[in-house]
Design a protein. Structure first.
Length: 557
């Protein structure tokens, strides 16, 4: 799943509580009448169970009894809009000052070809950050739809800086491109690309499409490869993205609005406003049901809310021939696994691995599934198959594959194979804290190559100074070297960073014991036992506690 989530972000593809109020800062409605309050509570419970259709119905019943409750009206609209209920349009018209209601009505107008209505709704948006971004874009596309290209471009020419300016010039480029104004479009697309250190995949698709349609296939490949670099799930889709680069990303104003809603939804990935993101994605898909990035992002939001069935239905809507279909299949396999249907998940990943014989990601995900199910040897075999697909000189990014196989081999009691993979991972990418810490800690556990182990762990700690596991490793190797006082300092900090980790608390007890602080050691070991350690570790802790009174007695004598 980490690869899938990274892909969702890279695609400009959100999660928050279904119970969150709209982003207006308003308090929840105070509904005094008993009947209204009962309906309201049922609606809230339905929303908490992700049943928005039921929630919408309960909110509407509450509204019938308290029609003057504006906040209740907003909740009813939001639940209705998110669950695609017909009542949403009527509720939205009762909220003239509500941003989300106006955006909903703008999308409704666009679907019916009422571009004057789109412009009117855009002008009715309130003054807030999202509206200030979307208003000019909605007005611009409404002008473009009516054939007013100059007026459309003028809407996107304010002197904005930063990401907002990049969105404006991107949409200006799309509008100029549709009008056949190649020079203007090229200039705007270049400005948009320069605004981002690494372009999102959706932006890269737009730039690549323009390049490919104007005879610059090499530039199209370059920009897509740059966007996919370091994101394995996107690399899986790269051949298909290249193959379809000659198609325009946007071919009319309706699709332009869908892109605007998608981009706005992506921004809420980082702002804990998941309901707003889902609504924007709903609007994007209402305008363009085949918009795969919107489906992928919405599925990611829903899966984070434990709405796996809804997420799967969204992914099912991505056509098999879409360039992003492999990503949807990876996500579907993960949802199958989460639902306990391991057999179907494995079958999906095996099929994808056969269809993508040069890609390692389906096999990586298969290995993770098998490892989490305790099938360690099979997980290592899947990683063997993935590594066999690497070129003779693997790229630096392949360190993760060798690291994953090292962990699987170690858990399957194949330390020699694990150690070889850890060394190879370190060779491919020397500054990865994971392999450095894992190898250094393993050597410390075995009491070998302690000086080298400490150097590696110290390097890992420099790279991730607040990682409790790495700080624990540093304290542990120091203890193995006989530096009890230094170990105590590091392990005390490790327990501050990860207070509920049984192993770290046990290690601190060992350090206290080595430093002659027996009472504190016993306390720490007892604390570790309360943190549900694994059986083998719990047995060791009890043995230490059984030994402590005898050692204390010998000390007293």
């Amino acid at each position: 799943m980490p690869n899938i989530r990274a892909a969702a972000l890279a695609l400009s593809l959100a999660s928050a509580s279904l119970l969150a109020l709209p982003a207006t800062g308003r308090a929840e409605p105070s509904v005094a009448p008993t009947g209204v309050y009962s309906d309201f509570l049922r609606a809230r419970f339905a929303a908490s169970q992700a049943d928005l259709a039921v929630a919408a119905g309960e909110y509407l019943r509450a509204l019938e009894q308290a029609p003057g409750q504006t906040d209740l009206l907003r909740l009813a609209f939001r639940a209705s809009a998110l669950s695609s209920q017909p009542a949403a349009a009527g509720l939205a018209r009762l909220l003239p000052g509500d941003r989300d209601a106006q955006l909903y009505l703008a999308a409704l107008a666009a679907r019916s070809g009422d571009w004057d209505g789109v412009a009117a709704r855009a002008r009715a948006l309130p003054r807030d950050d999202l509206s200030e971004v979307l208003r000019p874009i909605l007005l611009a596309w409404s002008e473009q739809a009516r054939g007013h290209v100059d007026e459309a471009l003028a809407m996107l020419s304010p002197g904005q800086d930063g990401p907002v300016r990049a969105i404006f010039v991107l949409h200006a480029g799309l509008i100029a491109d549709l009008a056949g104004r190649e020079a203007e479009a090229a200039q705007d697309f270049q400005k948009a690309e320069l605004s981002f250190e690494v372009p999102s995949v959706r932006l890269a698709e737009t730039l690549a499409s323009f390049d490919a349609r104007h005879g610059r296939a090499a530039d199209a490949g370059r920009v897509l490869a740059r966007a996919a670099d370091g994101t394995p799930a996107i690399e899986l889709a790269l051949p298909a993205l290249l193959a379809q680069a000659s198609r325009p990303v946007v071919s009319n104003a309706t699709e332009g609005l869908a892109e605007a809603f998608l981009a706005a939804a992506a921004s809420f990935r980082f702002s804990d406003q998941g309901d707003t993101a889902l609504l924007l994605l709903r609007l994007a898909l209402d305008l363009r049901p085949d918009l795969a990035p919107a489906r992928l992002l919405a599925a990611d939001v829903l899966e984070a809310r434990h709405r796996s069935a809804d997420a799967s239905r969204l992914l099912d809507g991505i056509a098999a021939g879409d360039a992003l279909a492999p990503l949807a299949r990876l996500h579907r396999a993960a949802l199958m696994q989460a639902a306990g249907d391991t057999g179907k998940a494995l079958a999906e990943l095996d099929a994808l691995a056969r269809e993508c014989p040069n890609d390692t990601l389906p096999l990586e995900q298969k290995a993770g599934l098998l490892q989490s199910a305790g099938h360690l040897a099979e997980a290592a075999t899947a990683l063997d198959q993935a590594i066999a697909r690497l070129p003779a000189q693997p790229p630096a990014s392949a360190w993760a594959l060798f690291f994953a196989r090292a962990v699987a081999r170690d858990e399957d009691h194949d330390w020699a194979g694990s150690e070889a993979d850890l060394l190879h991972a370190r060779e491919l990418s020397p500054d990865q804290p994971g392999p450095l810490n894992y190898l250094g800690y393993s050597w410390a556990e075995k009491g070998v190559r302690l000086a080298e182990a400490r150097q590696m762990i110290e390097k890992a700690a420099q790279l991730q100074p607040n990682d409790g596991a790495i700080v624990d490793s540093l304290g542990w190797v120091m203890l193995r070297q006989g530096d009890a006082q230094g170990a105590v300092r590091q392990l005390e900090r490790a327990t501050e960073l990860r207070p509920d980790d049984a192993t770290i608390n046990s290690h601190l007890g060992d350090a206290y014991a080595a430093a002659g602080r027996r009472l504190e050691a016993e306390y720490q070991w007892r604390r570790a036992l309360l943190l549900h350690p694994e059986d083998a570790e719990a047995a060791k802790l009890r043995m230490k506690l059984d030994e402590t009174p005898r050692q204390s007695a010998r000390t007293d004598n």
